[in-house]
Design a protein around this ligand. Structure first.
Ligand code: GDP
Ligand code: ZN
Length: 447
């Protein structure tokens, strides 16, 4: 395989453009050594060595800052090219001046988002699935997302393993195709061999696919709906759970016409909490009707529907308005009720006014999500792209092993070849540029 060469040298501020203690610039490409020399006055730098230097503007020779310059000789660097990293003080003035200093050097230009990762990919420092996990790692906001990003980085290794098992199985068919005329091997025999070679692979693939919805939910957040009639305290509860004023609390009925969403971290799980419009059947106001449709849709597809009531007597009436098996019924305003708040059908009795029962409700939501979606190991498959490809690989393997086809080795081998191609697309070894662009443009600049 050919290492791709990029003529341009790219640079970017890898840390955020805000005032902070330290800022880091990264430079990658053939001119990186000249940056060491022109800005840091460092000639023939040593691989992986840090130099403390006064940083000078190459045009004006003015001292910009004193900082640390690191040198990584390609291919032993993140991108596989010569890389120089520049750590300076995180002052806006220093950042601006250093940016213009770098831009003034011939052959250097500002990097596009994800361009460093893209070069790493082309130089085989990182495969596509690694790049996706890296993006997830950077985006991770909760502990479970972090765990998953780290686990997700194992997917390419697992896919490569599956791929080599599939290739091993393919060899069986190929041997059969080449030699069956001389040796008279029955096709059934070959399929039996292939089946035993692929038995574990099939099991592993099916198991990985089972965890995909969970992986997807952890990446994008578990949807928790808060439903109930107007005025029962949905907005108040939402505000308490999200601990911020995200939705309008109003004493008059029917104000929350649209869906108000907020994302939060509940016990390490990412949650998308949604305060739905009061689900009411007796309105003909178009705007409110639209709100009701959206609310029902969200609530029915939510991972958990928190159904709020403020009167134990309305329990029977509200049941069935939202068809979601994962419904938690919450009786609110217990500060106004005297006794008899505990009854069958009510999971939690709370008061948003006094805070009673809120901690129990929060724990209840977390433990329900955990028991259903987050047991043992974090999921391997976290993206729809990966899920679709692995699903397709599975179907191709199943087609290959289907009884009615076992008579034709050529067709069976073709199904395995397709399965291997599907898996190859996950790591990006079989891929087109446009898909790469979509994935890498999601990165922030400087990565
Ligand atoms: P929503 O229409 O379901 O979103 O209801 P809101 O959150 O707007 O609340 C309606 C009214 O009930 C507001 O005046 C709240 O202050 C009040 N409220 C909410 N929770 C409680 C509670 O636990 N106790 C009491 N006494 N009032 C509450
Ligand atoms: Zn409301």
């Amino acid at each position: 395989t050919i290492q791709r060469r990029f003529r341009s040298t790219i640079f970017a501020l890898s840390t955020a453009y805000v005032k902070s203690a330290v800022a880091v610039f990264r430079v990658s490409g053939p001119e990186a050594a000249r940056v060491m020399s022109l800005i840091g006055n460092i000639e023939s730098p040593e691989h992986r060595r840090a130099y403390v230097r006064r940083l000078r503007h190459p045009v004006t020779s003015k001292i910009i800052d004193s900082g640390v310059m690191l040198w990584f000789k390609g291919p032993s660097s993140f991108t596989g090219e010569d890389v120089c990293e520049l750590q300076c003080h995180g002052s806006i003035a220093v950042i601006k001046t250093l940016s213009s200093a770098l831009a003034s050097i011939d052959g250097l230009r500002m990097a596009e988002p994800g361009e460093f990762a893209k070069r790493a990919f082309h130089n085989r420092k990182l495969d596509l699935s690694d790049a996706e996990s890296l993006a997830d790692l950077i985006d991770a906001e909760t502990e479970s997302q972090l765990d998953q990003a780290i686990r997700g980085s194992q997917l390419s290794g697992v896919c490569n393993q599956w791929m080599s098992q599939i290739k091993e199985a393919m060899a069986n068919f190929e041997a059969y195709i080449d030699f069956s005329e001389d040796q008279d091997i029955p096709a059934e025999e070959v399929v039996k061999n292939v089946r035993s070679t692929l038995r574990n692979t099939l099991l592993e693939i099916r198991l990985a696919l089972q965890s995909a919805p969970r992986g997807h939910a952890i990446r994008t957040g578990f949807r928790v709906a808060i439903t109930g009639r107007p005025n029962v305290g949905k907005s108040t509860l939402m505000n308490i759970l999200s601990q911020q004023e995200t939705s309008i609390v109003s004493p008059s009925a029917g104000t929350t016409r649209d869906l108000v969403k907020t994302t939060l971290d509940l016990g390490g799980l990412p949650i998308v909490l949604c305060d739905t419009a009061g689900i009411r059947s007796d309105t003909d106001d178009a705007v409110e009707l639209e709100g009701i449709t959206r609310a029902k849709d969200f609530a029915e597809n939510a991972h958990i529907n928190v159904s709020v009531i403020d009167d134990p007597a309305s329990l029977a009436r509200d049941r069935g308005e939202v068809a979601n098996e994962d419904t938690i019924v919450v009786l609110n305003k217990i500060d106004l009720l005297r006794g008899c708040t505990r009854q069958p059908g009510i999971d939690y009795a709370v008061s948003c006014a006094t805070g009673a029962g809120i901690a129990e409700l929060t724990d209840g939501i977390i433990s329900r999500l955990r028991s259903k979606y987050a047991p043992d190991a974090p999921p391997l498959i976290v993206r729809e792209r990966q899920q679709e490809l692995i699903q397709s690989a599975l179907e191709n393997i199943e087609m290959c092993l289907a009884d009615e086809l076992c008579a034709d080795a050529v067709i069976s081998a073709e199904f395995l070849r397709r399965a291997a191609m599907d898996l190859g697309r996950i790591t990006g070894r079989v891929e087109t540029e446009d898909i790469l662009d979509i994935i890498f443009s999601r990165f922030c600049i400087g990565k």
